[in-house]
Design a protein around this ligand. Sequence first.
Ligand code: MN
Length: 196
Amino acid sequence: MALKEYHKKRIFNQTPEPTGGKPSANMLHFVVQKHDASRLHYDFRLEMEGVLKSWAIPKGPSLNPADKRLAVMVEDHPYDYKDFEGIIPEGNYGAGTVMVWDQGTYEPVEPLPSKEEAEKYLLGQLDDGSLRFRLYGKKLKGEFALVHMKNSSMGENAWLLIKHRDDDASESDITKQDKSVISGKSMLQLRRNQNL
Ligand code: MN
């Protein structure tokens, strides 16, 4: 089962993180979470096969095609994780503040007639280690590639997230837009809310 590793790492009466979720019929979703854990990073997640395929990106995504951002593939997360924002309490796996930094839908660069066919196509690309997709987020837009680095010194889970050259490419630092797209809150505000 795809979520076995996710469940194994967590104790669900001690963390508010979601356990499952049922995808919508028509669209493929993505989320990018800013996660202030032992090290600040961004988690990039693409819906596939009813779960969220996930990569941890230390420097966060970039709209600059010249940037190649290391993206370390991690365990699949449940579909409902795309809306998770809050605090993972101390002592739990990934303890720290989680913000929904960006969210939206995505599709393969190749136009396909149905969600089912799009997913099948993307899973093939995932297997091949070369995903190409178009994001419709609030911050991230346009075409991107996730490319598996074979024989990398960074290990077998190392991928690169790269922006394609298109009208949405930009040299400005998108991570400077640092508020949640669902609550409008900053990391500090999310952290403080917890203490009220
Ligand atoms: Mn994380």
